[in-house]
Design a protein around this ligand. Structure first.
Ligand code: AMP
Length: 171
């Protein structure tokens, strides 16, 4: 099995997000390239879906972990000891905010019984943030989970979308 080094692509200012499913191969001449029948996912030795371990063997933090650690700036609208809420960098509605736990959970599938109170806290925080941002006509909360769910950042997050009428069904 070939093992390739990969890392997340942060963009020039270390605040932007790019790449297919959140990943971009380091563009260095000495970086090994995958063979045509290897996918990007085949070559990334990390555990995400259904695992509480969101870190790869290379221990690269996700962009959200870097926001929690204040290494990457974000437009924060709420912070407490358990979670953080900030504006999405690529908004899909007039208001688009993400609520994330400070605990490193890869996604909803990685949550366990011990996370019950945390999950409740995240939902109530989403409700309070929606009120705080004046979404009086309603809003949508979304949790993408895993590849088929369209998840691109492997750190649990709740999207809050509002400020316009949203269509249904999504995707
Ligand atoms: P998902 O596709 O459900 O994993 O959602 C990830 C979301 O994170 C996307 O809506 C991205 O636009 C958003 N995002 C990625 N990087 C950042 C960042 N640095 N600041 C704010 N939002 C981000």
């Amino acid at each position: 099995m070939r093992v390739h080094t990969t890392r997340r692509s942060w963009g020039k200012d270390a605040n932007s997000y790019s790449g297919m499913h959140g990943w971009a191969r380091e563009n260095q001449s000495d970086s090994p390239r995958p063979s045509p029948n290897e996918t990007e996912f085949d070559t990334v030795p990390r555990v995400a879906f259904g695992s509480s371990d969101s870190r790869s063997v290379f221990a690269m933090p996700t962009i959200f972990k870097r926001i929690i650690d204040k290494e990457v700036p974000a437009k924060i609208v709420h912070e407490d000891e358990l979670c953080l809420a900030f504006h999405d960098v690529a908004p899909q509605a007039p208001t688009h905010v993400l609520v994330i736990p400070k605990k490193e959970l890869a996604n909803l599938a990685a949550a366990a019984g011990e996370d019950q109170a945390l999950l409740g806290h995240l939902l109530l925080t989403a409700k309070n943030v929606a009120e705080q941002l004046g979404l009086t006509n309603g809003y949508r909360t979304v949790i993408n989970c895993g590849r088929d769910g369209g998840q691109s950042v492997d750190h649990l997050h709740i999207h809050i979308l509002g400020g316009r009428a949203l269509r249904w069904p999504p995707g």
